[in-house]
Write a protein that binds this ligand. Sequence first.
Ligand SMILES: [Fe+2]
Ligand SMILES: [Fe+2]
Length: 480
Amino acid sequence: MITFDVGHPNPHRRFDQALSEIPGSIRLSEIISALSYALDLTEGQPMGHSVRACMIGMRLAQQVGMSVDEQAELYYALLLKDAGCSSNASRLFHILNADEIKAKGDLKTKDWTRIGWESLHYALTHVATGMPFLQRMQRLFQVAATQQQDSCTLVKIRCERGSSIAKQLGFSEAVANGIYNLDEHWNGRGYPDGLRKHEIPTFSRIANLAQTLDVFYNAYGPVEAIHAAQKRSGRWFDPDLVKAATSLANSGILWHELENANLVQKVAALEPKRHQVTANDESIDKICEAFAEVIDAKSPFTYRHSHGVAAAAVEIGEWFGMSPESVKFLRRAALLHDIGKLSVPNSILEKPAKLTGAEWQIVKAHPYYTLEILKKIPGFARLSKDAAAHHEKLDGSGYWQGLKGEQLSTFARILAVADIFDALHAKRPYRDGIPLEIVFQMLRQDAPHALDLPCVEALVASKSNSEPIAFGKPETAVAT
Ligand SMILES: [Fe+2]
Ligand SMILES: [Fe+2]
């Protein structure tokens, strides 16, 4: 373990500062509602969609007289309804050969169960959009031939994953089932099991209607939203719930405060009071781990990346002799550092060729989304900045803000090294992991001008199980 003397120029003496702003208590609902913004990105919805769907769904539940105990469970089924969304992104991209986030987003306003101009237009505008005409037509026919089976498979992957994440987080079977059956339709033509009418759990019926109301409300306004629900009443939706929605819309309650700037606080107020839970260390860690899995499930190219970065960051932190409290926050920042990557379509993440300038700009925006999502969690302001700085470099050559030198905290410097380490060393579908010695050479080539040398050397030493070398003498280390 290293101890730094007082006169040492390295910046890592400051690391415990990060803990001063953590509040005594954070509600479980505040963390989950903030992180649900990441699920919205993958679904191609405006951020806040899951929270707004939760507000609408809770109002529907009250209107139909659901018990408070059930409302408390429905609340989390609504917030986590899209928890499995990243698990089918890669597969959908390979089926469509186009931007799957746009396809998912646009699908929400289409009645794809009716064969007609609407579904044909959808296919024409979302399948193999960048391909030459003949290849595109070929792909369209292939998609049409397997559409039924593919839709079922895609929904199944998504709902199985979503319900398993809910269970992993400790929620009840009712919450998990509500998520699992989200895409079932009242007339039995939904997926994955073709359940009909009251065979579909109430939570799923409410969540499906609530999400559709929010999507149409955002895209076309309140009148069109109710119109869309009424048009699909008895086919997609429970007619009694559509009547309840109509009545709430007529009295103005349904849309109340959906456009409020502080949705996380607004939705927190709708959780039944006697069921409100304060998050403890164990539950916060569980949530971070579960969302790391959501992030990593987006693409086989990033399989286990968040966990890999967390492991490397913890090694560096512990090598520096950080307090267990600091290491705990560092690990959370590492697990969630790429949460903004859920905004990047797999058509870019898995593109086999060089990215265009526009595509590269989309990739470069992902740490911005990390910041936007994580800063919504009370007490995560500092952590969100550190996590969002994982692609910044000491010489200002990184992205997205071009921060440099002293602007980069210890956590940010550690995350930058851990991120590159895992990206190089982890096995990927297209290559084996790069051997440790070569990864170390590559990291050292970038230190101290771009990467923090003490962080690089701490990782090398920790992985090599030996004493770190050349601390405080970066010039010597670079020369080796
Ligand atoms: Fe990243
Ligand atoms: Fe990363």
